[in-house]
Design a protein around this ligand. Structure first.
Ligand code: PLP
Length: 225
């Protein structure tokens, strides 16, 4: 077995056996050969963070791969990403949401999206604050979108070794998700994804209710930027 397939099977054993947590294998900065090793081990969902890299890999790799876009997305890169992504995790503004919706309508596609909530103390400045997001998402907003399906919420915990900080961040992200699920998305079966947890903190994320983890380094090793 390759290192990649070893790593993958080790991680799969740490996920709940009922299939309630989906693994996104974050392949950014790793070559197509590494992705194929994971693919051959059965992995089908891969995460990329740059439009050009996503487009190139999608063209040369098997067509049944489900590509998730997880990086900050500029509106001028929306077209190629909408063309290949099944899900975009990083909707961090109304402008971006509207741009993705308009492009998906133009392409005759439905794209699943996650709304990015920002709670971490440093790291990325991208994302809605919990208050902003809960005010932004109304039944009227959801009704107005024809090309995107809001499937849930994505967030990152503070990059720290302090477990209590990470747990508090995951709980804050989860609270936003729960409030939206009980509010504007009540009874909407399409809203059901809580994307949180990366290599160093995904076990904590599982304990705090995640349904989707985004793991790169633990599968593919260190990235060479
Ligand atoms: C790169 C990235 C990951 C994966 O991080 P690892 O620490 O390598 O597991 C997860 N989520 C986002 C948004 C990323 O940009």
């Amino acid at each position: 077995m390759s290192d990649v397939s070893d790593n993958l099977s080790r991680i799969m054993h740490t996920l709940p056996s009922d299939g309630s947590v989906t693994l996104v294998a974050v392949s950014k900065f790793h070559p197509a050969e590494a992705i194929l090793q994971a693919y051959d081990a059965g992995q089908r969902v891969f995460g990329e963070s740059r439009a050009a890299e996503l487009t190139q890999k999608a063209a040369e790799l098997p067509q049944d791969i489900k590509w998730h876009f997880i990086g900050h997305l500029q509106t001028n890169k929306v077209r190629p990403v909408v063309r290949v992504a099944e899900m975009i995790h990083s909707i961090d503004s109304e402008r971006l949401l509207r741009a993705v919706d308009a492009e998906a309508i133009k392409q005759g596609r439905i794209v699943k999206v996650l709304l990015q909530v920002h709670v971490a103390q440093e790291e990325t400045k991208f994302g809605f604050s919990p208050e902003e997001l809960e005010a932004f998402v109304t039944p009227q907003l959801v009704e107005s979108l024809k090309g995107v399906e809001i499937a849930g919420v994505m967030g990152m915990a503070t990059n720290t070794d302090e477990v209590s900080r990470i747990e508090a961040d995951f709980d804050a992200i989860r609270r936003v998700y729960d409030n939206l699920a009980a509010g504007p998305f009540a009874g909407d079966g399409r809203f059901g994804t809580l994307s949180m947890g990366m290599s160093h903190d995904y076990r904590l994320a599982i304990a705090h209710g995640t349904t989707m983890v985004r793991i790169g380094t633990d599968i593919f090793g260190q990235r060479q930027y």
